[in-house]
Write a protein that binds this ligand. Structure first.
Ligand code: SF4
Length: 265
C-alpha cells in the first residue's frame, strides 16, 4: 500500500492510497486534528446521498490497510483523532476494524465511528468498546424513507431494539458518547413532525442528536437551507434535546460527506 496523491481545498486535505491489488481508496484530514479513514473498498449499504457506495462493495480492507492510512500520514500531519467514517460500513468488516481500533488506541489516538447499525449484533459489540464517539445514522424515523435512503442499512426497528437493550448497561458518561445522526434532506425527512419524532426518540433513549446539513456537491438531493435548518435545530433544543450542529468540513466538495471515491479517475 502506498500514498499516491494529496489534494487540498481551503477546508480539507484528501489523500489517495493505492493498495497492493491496484484498488485505490481515500482518507480525509479535517479540523486540523482528525483523519477520517476508510474500512472497505466500496460499500454495500448504497446510501443514496453518498458516492462511496456507487461501485458496490469490492472487498474488505485488512487491518494493515486500515491502520496503514494513519501510518503513512502520521509524519506529515498532526493526527490526534481517527474518525472511522470514510468509505465502507465498519460493522460489515468488524473483525479487521476492531484489530485496527486497538492499534489506534495503542498509538494514543481518540477513535470515533459513524455507522448505520447493521449488522445488528456487531452494533451491540461496538457500543461497548472504549471508543470516543459513535454517530448512528438514523436519517428518518419512517422505515420506508430510511430504507429508500439507506437501502441496505438494516431495519430501524432492529437497530433501536439493540439500543434499548444495550444502553441501560452503560454509564451516563459512556451514553453521552453516542448520538443519533440525522441528515436533513429537503422534501424527504425535514417536516416538523419528522423532527418531533426524532426529538422524542432522543429523549426516550437519553441520547444527543447530530443534525447534519446535506452536502450539495453530491447531486442527488437538496439541502434544506439556513433558515429551515435553524428552525429545526431550535425545535429540537426546545424539546430539551442536546444537539450537535453540522460543520462546514462535511459540506466541502473535496472530502466532504459522501464525496470519497473508490478508484478515483
Ligand atoms: S454513507 Fe457510509 S454506509 Fe452509506 S454508502 Fe456511504 S460509506 Fe456506505
Amino acid at each position: 500500500m502506498k500514498l499516491l496523491q494529496e489534494l487540498s481545498s481551503s477546508l480539507n486535505r484528501l489523500f489517495l492510497f493505492e493498495l497492493k491489488d491496484g484498488n485505490r481508496i481515500e482518507a480525509v484530514f479535517y479540523r486540523g486534528d482528525t483523519l477520517c479513514i476508510s474500512t472497505q473498498v466500496g460499500c454495500a449499504v448504497g446510501c443514496k446521498f453518498c458516492l462511496s457506495g456507487s461501485v458496490g462493495l469490492l472487498r474488505n480492507l485488512s487491518t494493515e490497510e486500515i491502520f496503514g492510512q494513519y501510518q503513512l500520514l502520521k509524519g506529515r500531519i498532526p493526527i490526534r483523532r481517527i474518525a472511522i467514517a470514510g468509505i465502507g460500513e465498519p460493522l460489515m468488516n468488524l473483525e479487521k476494524v476492531l484489530s485496527a481500533f486497538w492499534e489506534f488506541k495503542r498509538a494514543g489516538l481518540r477513535v470515533s465511528f459513524y455507522t448505520t447499525g447493521f449488522p445488528y449484533e456487531n452494533l451491540r459489540k461496538l457500543l461497548h468498546l472504549p471508543h470516543n464517539g459513535i454517530s448512528l445514522s438514523i436519517h428518518s424515523l419512517r422505515e420506508d424513507v430510511r430504507k429508500f435512503l439507506l437501502p441496505h442499512g438494516g431495519r430501524l426497528e432492529r437497530v433501536l431494539r439493540v439500543l434499548e437493550e444495550e444502553l441501560p448497561k452503560m454509564s451516563p458518561r459512556r451514553r453521552k458518547k453516542i448520538s443519533l445522526a440525522y441528515l436533513l434532506i429537503k422534501g424527504f425527512n425535514d417536516l416538523e413532525e419528522d423532527i418531533h419524532l426524532l426529538g422524542n426518540l432522543a429523549k426516550a433513549l437519553r441520547l444527543s442528536v447530530t443534525l447534519l446539513r446535506y452536502n450539495q456537491t453530491v447531486p442527488s438531493f437538496e439541502d434544506v437551507g439556513d433558515e429551515h435548518y435553524h428552525r429545526l435545530f431550535l425545535m429540537l433544543r426546545s424539546m430539551g434535546v442536546r444537539v450537535t450542529l453540522s460543520t462546514r468540513f462535511r459540506r466541502d466538495e473535496l472530502g466532504g460527506c459522501g464525496r470519497l471515491l473508490v478508484n478515483r479517475a
